[in-house]
Design a protein around this ligand. Structure first.
Ligand code: CA2
Length: 145
């Protein structure tokens, strides 16, 4: 069986494709998960995907990736800008991870400019729409021995 990646999408990303197409495009979360799984397969990896609107559920999923996955691709949604606990979970499991943002957070409100993950992420992909997930898979898997 091939090694696996964990794809984590945080709060409100289940709304993709339903609102704010000018910011987030028209693709759905299912499209994102399909795209990332295809990129993982191309790179020789399997992929497990989770989305939750609950910080603790995301943290539990990150903990469970230890021993099961070799890397994590995460779009933490708004928790990017608020959550020390999510950062601690990611550094705590010690897996390399890619931080993805669909929109260009640096071109938006100032409160989106700060990330609690930016200095510990192995890869960051920002403002490339949903294609950024595939790019993150490619760049992260290139770093995994
Ligand atoms: O650009 C990104 O991917 C974000 O991580 C998305 C978060 C936002 O808080 C970050 O600053 C940047 C928000 C996700 C909400 O997604 C929606 C999608 C469609 C409709 C409404 C919200």
């Amino acid at each position: 069986m091939s090694a696996r990646l964990l794809l984590v999408n945080g709060p409100n990303l289940n709304l993709l494709g339903t609102r704010e197409p000018e910011v987030y495009g028209t693709a759905t979360l299912a499209d994102v998960e399909r795209l990332a799984a295809a990129a993982a397969l191309d790179a020789g990896y399997g992929l497990r995907a989770i989305q939750s609107n609950h910080e603790g559920v995301l943290i539990d999923a990150i903990h469970e990736a230890r021993g099961d996955c070799v890397g994590i691709i995460i779009n933490p949604g708004g928790l990017t800008h608020t959550s020390v606990s999510l950062r601690d979970a990611l550094t705590g499991v010690g897996l390399p991870f890619a931080e993805v943002h669909i929109s260009d957070v640096h071109a938006r409100e100032e409160f989106r400019h700060h990330s609690y993950l930016d200095d510990v992420a192995a890869v960051r992909v920002i403002g490339q729409g949903i294609d950024g997930y595939a790019e993150a898979v490619r760049r992260l898997t290139a770093l995994i021995p």
